[in-house]
Design a protein around this ligand. Sequence first.
Ligand SMILES: *[C@@H]1O[C@H](CO)[C@@H](O)[C@H](O)[C@H]1NC(C)=O
Ligand SMILES: *[C@@H]1O[C@H](CO)[C@@H](O)[C@H](O)[C@H]1NC(C)=O
Ligand SMILES: *[C@@H]1O[C@H](CO)[C@@H](O)[C@H](O)[C@H]1NC(C)=O
Length: 481
Amino acid sequence: MGDLLRLFIGLVSLIGIKAAVNDRFYPRYHLAPPHGWMNDPNGFSYFRGEYHLFYQYNPESSMEPGIAHWGHASSKDLFHWQHLPIAMYPNDTYDKSGVFSGSALIEDDKMYLYYTGNVNYPNEQPDHEQFQALAESTDGINVKKYEKNPIINAPNRQPNIRDPKVWKHGSKYYMVLGNSFENGTLGRVLLYASDDKINWEEVAILHQSDGSLGYMFECPDFFELNGKYVLLFSPQGIEPQGDKYRNLFQTGYIIGHFSYETNEFHPITKFREIDHGHDYYATQTIKDKKGRRLLVAWFDMWEQDYPERKDGFTGQMTIVRELVLTHDNRIIQKPTHEANTVRSNRLRTGKGKVGDAVTFEDKAGEINIKGDSSRDLEVTIEGEGSTVKISYDARNGTVTLDRGGNDGVRRTEWRPRGRILKWRIFVDASSIELFCGEGEVTFSSRFFPDGDVSVRLSSENTREFAVSNLKRTVCLSDDDD
Ligand SMILES: *[C@@H]1O[C@H](CO)[C@@H](O)[C@H](O)[C@H]1NC(C)=O
Ligand SMILES: *[C@@H]1O[C@H](CO)[C@@H](O)[C@H](O)[C@H]1NC(C)=O
Ligand SMILES: *[C@@H]1O[C@H](CO)[C@@H](O)[C@H](O)[C@H]1NC(C)=O
């Protein structure tokens, strides 16, 4: 069945007509591929009045990442996404095995896209090389690769060097790259600088693993937040430690001080995971026109084999979050105020009672709960074949999300700051995003309920139980590409 469907989707996308995507797990307001496979967000930017989001895309199949293209979508409000034509194909000598991840720089009304070209050499050592390349767009739709690519050549014997994140500071341009060194055993982030966006020079090793942070750092990002600097990245190869680092790969951050005079980054915190759910990877941030630091992540995880694969699509993006740094150097993630644009009718307000259950109209909704921070709280989100329990343990000061099945539990320390416990939960067909308090702790996890989705209070402790439907904004009917 899987092979037949895959063949069918392959044929359908080859001849350019709409592919069959089953709607049951397809997100109503999160960005997902029209069909096929999506992973890392790329080229997140604000250009001519619209947000743009590119992504790692395999239009041929939802069963595997394949040879990465850059898919593309745009939105005026971060929630109503429109699919745009594929921005880049893996059809040049330096990117023929994948147009890998990268970022956008907007300058002089032009979009500059930096990315990694991957070239595989089967049965050789090393078996691949990675080049950094540039592409441009003047209209935000048609993308032209630079004729003199690559702009940074593959270094000898260090085949893993990728995911350029580029920004401008003063009159100079800066780029961070994720890298694996010591023959692929340790991860690090390299800092490059340029005067002209094209000729780049390595100026510093921004940070490197001492062995405790794995063998490769992917998708590095580096930015100022509330007067300090954040190094955000996705390390591979960290072993689980109790409740920490339970996912196959992690995403987290180190806070520190940085000087553009010396290009030295001095950490003042240890590495900390940014999200505590099962499915959150390969973050990318931008500073938008309103001065907000916005973040988006791939809302999925490698090697999961989720049932949506057989429905014709794999992967989606988290909702975009706004970042703030606290005085004690923790990143807070808040849903943007644009989340209000998808809110539809209220299903419930007032105090909830044990057993209170509310069913969403179209599997998509928002839940706002307030309780007493001195008492336990539990809420259950469920559909046919899938149940997620979210609970607060007042004595231990922990929040737990349990989606059942193999490796279903994710837990972290959290205590509400005052007497009121606040949870805001976004549900969307096959996903849950939980924001605790002001967003000081978040959980992003996928689940796969067939049929209707309901939320049920499982404990007495509620001052407020407010439930709303959320609208469908991303339609499968926009999917021509
Ligand atoms: C790559 O594919 C795109 C889209 O089909 C096409 O416009 C472009 O000319 C191709 N480039 C090469 C080098 O074949
Ligand atoms: C990397 O591997 C090569 C070949 O096995 C070896 O000669 C070299 O010393 C290694 N380098 C490091 C830094 O471990
Ligand atoms: C709370 O902590 C105690 C002691 O460490 C432990 O035995 C118990 O299982 C914890 N409860 C939960 C719900 O994790």
